[in-house]
Design a protein around this ligand. Structure first.
Ligand code: EPS
Length: 390
């Protein structure tokens, strides 16, 4: 079973992550993980922090001579900004106690966290609630992605909306263009308008959210299961994406749109196979790659909505935690738009869920054992009349 845990505060020494359950024999290096971390840092509308950091995950364990050992993989992403926060974030008490953050930000974890954990300094909540933690998830996700890449799976994301501007990409998505795009968007016209929306929000001291679509190609049929609620792939994917900071909605395939359609317009017709490289063929992929809680052999297509960041340079009215009086919410610095970065985090979370389901299906303590199991299974997949019996 693949699992991972992260630790670390936004302005502490760094973020750590342990990924357990990766089979032995997987080629893995820091450069591969670094490339994913760099993608997370990019995007028009990010704030000052990303100028300070150059995220790098140092592998501390679980890899030897370029190959995983099957042991827990521990990684450390140092916070460069720690240098500026050593007093405030000191592990041992300082002579002068740091000034408490008390001006609650509507929309952040400040209020509920302070109540739940009995804190009078909101910093004790916001440091961990910060989306800085997602750097550790992307490092873990890079390991999962590297593993699934061995089986042909490819992960992408593109931004379909920022600040009410919707992309209308024509035809197949040009992923190289998306990577080059400052807002990770496939539609050049929408890209321009999205950047204008970010500029306008910045000018107004405000923030903008949007929608990202994650796509995973070559997902084998049969990951997840229909037999129990907590084994359904769609449910696992939704939970993982919803757990990303600021995500407020998840839609698989044409999930939201299908509420308006009839069944005959919604479901993906099963066709006789004309492409011999595929065991099954569907006319459309409105289901977004899952049916009955299992992958159906089509690409996984999931969209999720990211709300605008709650730290505003022109803060909303709020209440001071210490005095109960009306104040302006706390502001140090923030991003105006984090939607492109959310896509990279979404890819990482999808990879972690899919790797877990993949290992549940195929097992294997060494990559070659997993590969044998996978290859044997794939030979059984297809119309029974083709002689591919289980
Ligand atoms: C982030 C680091 C944070 C924020 C952002 C995400 O750094 P800092 O708080 O030092 O500016 O830029 O987090 C938020 C916007 C938030 O509200 O928590 C990162 O590494 O992604």
């Amino acid at each position: 079973m693949l699992r991972f845990l992260t630790a670390g505060e936004s302005h502490g020494k760094g973020l750590t992550v342990i990924v357990e359950g990766v089979p032995a024999g997987l080629p893995l290096d820091e450069a591969y993980i670094r490339a994913q971390l760099a993608r997370r840092q990019r995007g028009y509308g990010r704030g000052g922090r990303m100028q300070i950091e150059q995220d790098y995950a140092e592998i501390l364990s679980g890899v030897r001579q370029g190959l995983t050992l099957g042991t827990p993989i521990a990684m450390l992403v140092r916070n460069k900004d720690w240098e500026n926060w050593q007093e405030v974030m000191s592990i041992t008490p300082t002579e002068e106690p740091p000034k408490a953050v008390t001006r609650l930000r509507p929309g952040h974890a400040d209020l509920a966290g302070a109540m739940k954990y009995g804190q009078s300094d909101v910093r004790n909540i916001l440091e961990r609630a910060s989306a800085r933690e997602t750097a550790a998830r992307v490092a873990a996700g890079a390991v999962a992605r590297r593993f699934l890449g061995e089986f042909g799976m490819a992960f992408h994301s593109h931004v379909t909306c920022i600040g009410g501007v919707w992309a209308r990409p024509q035809g197949a998505i040009d992923w190289a263009r998306v990577e080059e795009s400052p807002v990770h968007c496939a539609d050049p016209e929408a890209e321009r308008q999205m950047m204008e929306a970010i500029d306008a929000a910045k000018e107004a001291g405000d923030t903008v959210g949007g929608v990202v679509q994650v796509m995973v190609e070559n997902v084998p049929i049969g990951l997840g299961s229909h037999v129990q609620w907590d084994r359904r792939l769609d449910g696992l994917i939704a939970q993982a994406l919803m757990s990303i900071n600021a995500v407020k909605a998840v839609s698989i395939g044409d999930g939201w749109e299908s509420a308006n359609w009839r069944g005959s317009q919604t479901h993906d017709v099963i066709e006789p196979v004309t492409d011999p490289s595929r065991p099954w063929q569907r006319k459309t992929n409105r289901a977004g790659g899952t049916e009955g809680g299992m992958s159906d052999g089509m690409s996984l297509v999931v969209s999720f909505a990211v709300k605008p960041i709650s730290t505003l340079s022109k803060p909303l009215p709020s209440v001071d935690l210490a005095t109960g009086e009306t104040v302006q919410a706390h502001y140090e610095r923030s991003d105006v738009c984090q939607v492109p970065a959310a896509g990279v985090i979404g890819e990482a979370m999808a990879a972690l869920v899919l790797a877990r389901c993949f290992l549940e299906k195929f097992g294997g303590d060494h990559l070659e054992e997993t590969r044998r199991n996978f290859t044997a299974y794939m030979k059984t997949v297809g119309p029974r009349g083709r002689g591919q019996h289980v």
